[in-house]
Ligand binder design. Sequence first.
Ligand SMILES: [Zn+2]
Length: 260
Amino acid sequence: MIEIIDLHCHLTFEQYDEDREQVIEEAKKVLKGVVTSGVEPEDAKHALELAEMHKGFVFAMLGLHPIHVAGKTGQEIEEYEEFISENKRRIVGIGEIGLDYHWIRDPLKIKRTKEVFVDFLGLAKELDLPVVLHLRGTGSEAIEEGLKIISDEDIIKAVFHCFTGKPQLAEQICEEGYYISLPASIVRSKSMKKVAKRVPISFLLTETDAPYLSPTDEERNVPQHVKEVYEEIARQRKIEFAETEEEIERNFERLFKVEL
Ligand SMILES: [Zn+2]
């Protein structure tokens, strides 16, 4: 019996509109749980619905992805935060939130993205929920900045989702007590493999970011591909697949205060 977990994916996205239920049923055959992340208000409602329909298997977390910040007014964001507060018991965390210097280049937009990021960190603290961070840019600039912001904001529980930084930075993040989540694209990344080998296993998590980041030639990724991350972690650390499963599950349950 395989007991793997996908910490971060987007089952609500249109790539699954044709066969969403089938994708989830297939995922149930090999996974113990998946977290689907709502990235903006409309998507958030859908994420909650999916979690409701597949209780104990699909978990929801809600956030405002940095690329959706510019399109929202202050009032819309405030209302969305209220919506999240009201649904606090139906979610396991706040995310994804963060910085994105790949898509956002305009200084004014960058400034606002940061303000909204800090705002959502405040919401996470208020609701006592962990955060899942999207920190993307050239090099490790966004990751380093994100790390500084969350420590300044006294965030205790955070996951650096789809970690693309250097192994040394990953170690620093774990020393501060935060988690690193590795995606299935690890199969193509030397630096992710080093991260899998070097950071304490009690700070590692596994994800797909499906429908993105497929490890295969298929364009659309699915949660069951998270298996590749487990295989790579086991290979890099020279441990059994089963031990990897146990460790990741323990991390997941500790972080989200859930039992799978
Ligand atoms: Zn994502």
